[in-house]
Ligand binder design. Structure first.
Ligand SMILES: Cc1cc2nc3c(=O)[nH]c(=O)nc-3n(C[C@H](O)[C@H](O)[C@H](O)COP(=O)(O)OP(=O)(O)OC[C@H]3O[C@@H](n4cnc5c(N)ncnc54)[C@H](O)[C@@H]3O)c2cc1C
Length: 404
């Protein structure tokens, strides 16, 4: 069997994997990133929306941006629109060209010195005599390769297996996942400067989105609770119905499916010789389903912690725990609050949701300093304290944790 030896093997070339690989290579480590698909960034399984915080992490090449947006409109079940904008900037976020974006990040990793192998799937982890992970078994064009490494980074997305193979608790319950269907559509009449979210029975235990892509195109999709999708109707059926009613003359030019983990992060994201990053660690905001920027922020922290492990020549769980500690401190509370808010809103009947939207919309557009789901929640509570008594508990948690 062919054998390779690297300092670090990164499994998965999404944003988490590419940013980790880039930063590790910049630190002078010998890094190999493997990707099971033949083309990085394809298929796109994403609504592609990010807020401007992404620019603190990466320089966004113009080719990676489909549209710049100035706000969001959230429609309650009875169609009441709550408009959310920035109080200080005209552009608050972007709809990415995700295909280009992932490719761009992988190229940055390669340019920094990481090796990148496509069509190479991890099939299992290698363990030493003490049961510690010391590499992966991978398959490339029917050839099995042993890739030895001091650290294995599991950046293998929502279907991640690296953690499970390493003996970590990463299992997702059906009720903690959203199943999504999305269409790339042309010939749709939309406001090109706003991302739109629709809450209602057309997307049970989830929401639908319409994100502008420019030139009369939009990413139109929805996510429903995975337990709902086990009923007779699939996400695709719900989406078809939504699109027929909203864009009867629009044309579907691509169809995509995917799943989002909404469980909140896994209990532990490190083990001896293993680090989980991005969707593999469930670092997704459960209220919005957004995970791109969290994956990239986690990746930078993971790479730092791994390079410190190399300095110390210690790849134990205790040493790698630096990553766990730092990412939880930096944004773990976002995910916790998002989880609580998601559970709260899922229990809210449509009538109450409508009432909430009426009282928020009555005071005009919501203007925020930082446009993110947590600032939004804060403002909703300010505008509608009587309805959101339960959420006030979440606010207390936020301020205890020095919410920004
Ligand atoms: C429908 C949908 C809409 C979304 N919309 C948004 C949004 O608008 N904004 C946002 O911020 N987030 C959104 N997300 C979430 C976002 O896409 C993820 O959080 C983000 O992609 C996480 O990056 P990642 O690198 O961890 O995982 P991924 O991007 O999933 O990358 C994982 C990579 O690992 C590879 N891989 C898996 N297993 C193996 C293996 N065994 N061997 C080798 N390679 C492997 C996969 O092929 C993949 O390329 C959405 C998700 C879905 C499904």
């Amino acid at each position: 069997m062919r054998e390779e030896r690297r300092d670090v093997v990164v499994v998965g070339a999404g944003p988490a994997g590419s940013v980790t690989a880039r930063r590790l290579a910049e630190c002078g480590l010998d890094v190999l990133m493997i990707e099971r698909n033949q083309e990085i960034g394809v298929p796109v399984r994403c609504a592609e929306g990010v807020n401007r915080g992404i620019e603190d992490i990466v320089h966004l090449d113009r080719r990676c941006i489909s549209a710049s947006v100035r706000g969001a409109r959230i429609y309650s079940p009875d169609g009441t629109a709550v408009e959310v904008e920035s109080a200080r900037e005209r552009v608050v976020g972007y709809v990415l060209e995700r295909r280009m974006f992932d490719r761009f990040l992988a190229a940055e990793a390669a340019n920094a010195g990481a090796d990148v192998w496509v069509k190479t799937a991890a099939k299992g982890v290698m363990k030493d005599d003490n049961g510690r992970v010391c590499g992966v078994y991978a398959c490339h064009m029917n050839e099995t390769i042993r890739i030895r490494a001091d650290v294995v980074v599991g950046a293998d997305g929502v279907e991640s297996k690296i953690g499970e193979w390493a003996g970590m608790h990463t299992k997702l319950r059906m009720r903690d996942m959203a199943i999504c269907a999305e269409f790339m559509m042309s010939g749709v009449e939309i406001d090109d400067e706003y991302c739109e979210f629709f809450i209602g029975s057309f997307a049970p235990r989830g929401y639908a989105w319409v994100f502008p892509k420019g030139d009369g195109c939009a990413n139109v999709g929805l996510g429903i609770g995975a337990d709902v999708s086990a009923d007779n109707r699939r996400a695709f059926d719900y989406l078809t119905q939504f699109v027929e009613s909203r864009f009867p003359s629009g044309k579907v030019i691509a169809e995509m499916y995917g799943a989002v983990p909404l469980s909140g992060p896994v209990y532990e994201t490190v083990s001896d010789g293993v680090v989980l990053v991005g969707d593999a660690a469930r670092q997704v905001n459960p209220i919005s389903g957004g995970g791109i920027t969290y994956a990239m922020r986690a990746a930078l922290i993971a790479a730092d912690a791994i390079s410190h492990a190399f300095e110390a020549k210690d790849f134990s769980k205790q040493q790698l725990h630096e990553y766990e500690r730092r990412w939880r401190k930096e944004f773990g509370h976002h995910l916790e609050i998002g989880l609580k808010a998601k559970e709260y809103f899922l229990k809210m009947p449509a009538s109450r949701m409508n009432k909430l939207a009426h009282s928020i919309a009555a005071r005009g557009p919501v203007k925020l300093k930082n446009l993110n789901s947590v600032s939004m929640l804060k403002e909703f509570i300010k505008r509608s304290p009587s309805i959101l008594i339960d959420l006030a508990r979440i606010m207390t948690l936020m301020s205890e944790r020095k919410w920004k």
